[in-house]
Write a protein that binds this ligand. Structure first.
Ligand SMILES: Cc1cc2nc3c(=O)[nH]c(=O)nc-3n(C[C@H](O)[C@H](O)[C@H](O)COP(=O)(O)OP(=O)(O)OC[C@H]3O[C@@H](n4cnc5c(N)ncnc54)[C@H](O)[C@@H]3O)c2cc1C
Length: 410
């Protein structure tokens, strides 16, 4: 509970992790907005927040223009983070490393299905301005000496603009900057949303406090469906449990990007290599048709068999040096999965005039946080998107049954 809860705010944001804090920051920095912003965050340790449990990587290799544009803005923002989020001379450090993503397609040549998809995606990505290179099998072998290529048709690699960073540090930097610009963070839980007809009028907190609000923003991550339901809206967002495993490879491998194997297994280096080798992280999501139950919000236990039985053999097949690894710690976290089309649901809701959604990021919310924060701030202030139009990702696509079909989902 918080001691001093404001009785009203122009904007109340539910959830103060990376998305809620980015929206708060982008609103507070805009000279066109002078209203009061309150972020309600139930757990300021962020122990269960996806933002703190993320693999924190950014890619341009999406298949839809809107997602590529969001990430192009995202990488630019991360590269120049100090210009945006410095507080009292302290420049945030997020250790951005542009090591690239390497998407691999199996098969023997360009006519194989995976290769055709990579070529199609590459055409969209380069048209949008992303710096992605395509390699055939020989090209892969020449560029990535540690890679087993015999069963690969081709691969696409982000020369620049893709990589990984410290996601926790990004979230904290947004939060710190937002607070420095006057945003109030209240430690409490939103347990009810009061509506009068088409308008949200207030939120009720677990402590019993009530905050009247001009605009309500749902940035509650894996809890987003529950918060939307409080306002009488159903969104198809459910928490899915995902694991991240760490392992140490004794052999020093130069230039390993974030590698996505055709099997769905992925890995990337973590931190800097030293004389004894390199730490990696990696995982694999359930394949289509395999069980993928909803995550119980209190069960953060890790599947003890997934690494040994699936992930390690698949990765060792792709990078033979991984035969010699030492498994390390592992953790679980919730994907805020949008079951409709695995993409974010952003902006206004048809039936309610002053509710905005920023939900359903389906595993790519951390990299989307800069563009989403800017977009939703624009919507609050101007009633439309001004810079990057993200209306393709609006709520009404669900009612109209018009999915944004993104082929590059991890
Ligand atoms: C294992 C894993 C790997 C990932 N890897 C990547 C990656 O490589 N790249 C990438 O871009 N993304 C990745 N993601 C996804 C990314 O982390 C999320 O999409 C992003 O962090 C979502 O941020 P958020 O602020 O919406 O949600 P969260 O970080 O989940 O935060 C939601 C916040 O809302 C608060 N809250 C919820 N309900 C209430 C309420 N009623 N009242 C008050 N507060 C409330 C919670 O306490 C929480 O702090 C990964 C996620 C996981 C789990």
């Amino acid at each position: 509970m918080s001691g001093s809860v404001p009785v009203s705010a122009d904007v109340v944001i539910v959830g103060g992790a990376v998305i809620g804090s980015s929206i708060a920051y982008h609103l507070a920095r805009d000279p066109a907005f002078s209203g009061r912003i309150v972020v309600v965050e139930k757990d300021p340790t962020y122990a269960k927040a996806a933002s703190a449990l993320s693999a924190a990587s950014i890619r341009q290799q999406f298949s839809t223009a809107v997602n590529i544009r969001i990430s192009l803005y995202g990488i630019n923002f991360l590269r120049h983070l100090g210009e945006h989020l410095t507080v009292d001379g302290e420049v945030p450090v997020i250790d951005l490393h542009e090591g690239g993503y390497l998407y691999l397609a199996s098969g023997s040549g360009p006519a194989d299905a995976g290769a055709v998809t990579l070529h199609d995606n590459h055409a969209i990505q380069t048209r949008e301005g992303a710096d992605i290179a395509l390699f055939d099998r020989a090209g892969l072998a020449a560029q990535f000496a540690w890679l087993h290529v015999d069963d690969l048709a081709c691969g696409s690699w982000g020369r620049t603009g893709e990589g990984w960073f410290d996601g926790w540090a990004l979230m904290q930097a947004f939060r710190r900057k937002a607070r420095s610009l006057g945003v109030t963070y209240v430690t409490d839980e939103v347990v009810d949303v009061v509506r009068q007809g088409r308008k949200v009028v207030s939120v009720v907190l677990k402590s019993g406090e009530v905050i009247a609000c001009g605009t309500l923003v749902n940035a509650a991550g894996a809890n987003g469906r529950k918060v939307a339901a409080l306002a009488g809206i159903d969104i198809p967002v459910v928490p899915k449990k995902r694991f991240v495993y760490t392992f140490h490879c004794k052999e020093a491998l130069a230039g390993v990007p974030l590698l996505i194997d055709p099997s769905g297994a992925w890995c990337r280096p973590e931190g800097r290599p030293d004389a004894s080798g390199q730490l990696f992280i990696g995982s694999i999501a359930p394949a289509e048709g395999e069980p993928d139950p909803e995550m119980d919000g209190n069960d953060f236990s890790v599947d003890p068999h997934l690494f040994e039985d699936q992930l390690w053999p698949l990765l060792a097949h792709r990078i033979p040096a991984f035969e010699q690894i030492r498994p390390g710690r592992a953790w679980a976290g919730p994907y805020d999965m949008n079951l409709f089309d695995h993409n974010a649901i952003l902006g206004p809701v048809g039936d309610i005039d002053n509710l905005l959604l920023a939900n359903g990021f389906s595993g790519h919310g951390l990299q989307q946080s800069p563009a989403v924060g800017r977009a939703l701030a624009e919507w609050v202030i101007h009633g439309h998107y001004r810079t990057l139009d993200v209306s393709d990702l609006g709520f009404d696509r669900i009612a109209k049954q018009r999915p944004v079909l993104e082929k590059c989902i991890i």
